[in-house]
Design a protein around this ligand. Sequence first.
Ligand code: NAD
Length: 492
Amino acid sequence: MSCATVLQNYINGEWCDSSATAYLDVTNPATAEILAKVPLGIATDVDQAANAAATAFNTWRRTPPGERVQYLFKLKALLEEHFEDLATTITQECGKTLAESKGELQRAIENVEVACGIPILMQGYNSEDIAKGIDEILIRQPLGVAAVIAPFNFPGMIPFWFMPYAIACGNTYIIKPSEKVPLTMQKVMQLLAQTGLPKGVVNLVNGAKEVVDAILAHPAIRAISFVGSTPVARYVYSRASANGKRAQCQGGAKNPVIVLPDADMEMTTRIVADSAFGCAGQRCLAASLAITVGEARHTFTEAITDAASTRVVGYGLDDGIQMGPVITAESRSRIEQLIQQGIAEGAKPLVDGRQTNIADYPQGYFIRPTLLQNIEPTSTIAQTEVFGPVLGLIHLNTVDDAIAFVNSGQYGNMACLFTSSGAAARKFRYEAEVGNIGINIGVAAPMAFFPFSGWKESFFGDLHGQGHHAVEFFTQTKVVVERWFQDWSRQF
Ligand code: NAD
């Protein structure tokens, strides 16, 4: 074993060693440098964290909401103070550019801000005199222990879609980061510890499938938020539900953008290129298919070819870099195989990003933007989530054909329309069967005060992350019907 730092868990307010016997290298995808070793935790680790969280819950739920959010105000200040360092860590372990890392961190902070409104957001409601002298009251109460299982592509943001709301509502919490990018949450936990948050309120357990399975089975854990690929989302949702837990599981995507001939082509090209190639295409809201209608076929294709071939690829910490590497060597070869399959299915590579070599970083997992034309709507490349910087071009004749294509997909994370026609935009917004819609927007990521609304195989559950949905997910309602007999003979 190399001398790289072995990461610890944070349980009951203490940093502690995992009971793991197996470890994984955490690697900088731009340089292949080993940054740390992450323990592949076991059920004992989850049990310790769940027990600590269950014990902490008794006091935490009795702490007034206005007092609970004071820790979040402190966390926001600390996240801002350490913004540069956290963003650098995200780029080092995940590969995206520093600007992209700062963007995701900003959204994390926005979620903390929204959760600070819990004293009003988690209020219930009441009706007086539902019958003479009888009142009815709805109260929101926390569930107990909740957990998040996070993916690799937003190490700083995704746990924040859930954790601030969970603890603000009075729950206690377990974070299971992706084993590929565990370093950012280590730093976040160090900041959380500095807020003086009572021990056991938020715990961190490192690991992979074994930890996930232990979370799914643990009787003290009442609610699970998952974000990751669709097969694992489906698995987590079914196991959690079978075990009587609340679950919200966000899955994969294959996001189409439709370009109409009346769109502003310069702006559309810039936005679609950012959506398809930003974060090296490793965003669940990345555009992966561009559907041109009518004349847009020629104008858009020409402009996007230029944008794809001129994007500056390299190490995300270097100046002027517009796109970093993908997460692992395995991921790169999976993406390259999918490109090959697309070509075998008849697609024409207008820009082929395979075999990329970045001179200063020969070990990095780089792949340049790739543009495939003449994609068949029913082909594998048109249906499969690539999760890399690959944009497929499909040409259709009408807006109706384009909307029908959008609605034929198995996923429903996002679809976008580029147009200057209000009528076309309204029709699209109304008819598209996806949960996040962009009109002249390429990454329709909801702000923290709106839910992240995936549909179909992009989401299993009903209440999404962020905003009001998060408050509902992390509370259970209690309805009280009460009558007080009047005893007017008593004198006060
Ligand atoms: P992943 O499904 O491989 O891993 C996600 C989490 O599940 C990790 O914490 C991992 O340890 C755990 N896990 C992996 N395999 C498991 C198994 N067999 N059993 C139990 N747990 C398991 O996803 P990823 O590669 O880290 O992330 C990329 C995927 O996440 C893409 O499909 C992307 O679209 C999706 N994603 C979706 C959203 C969304 O909001 N819908 C957001 C971000 C990412």
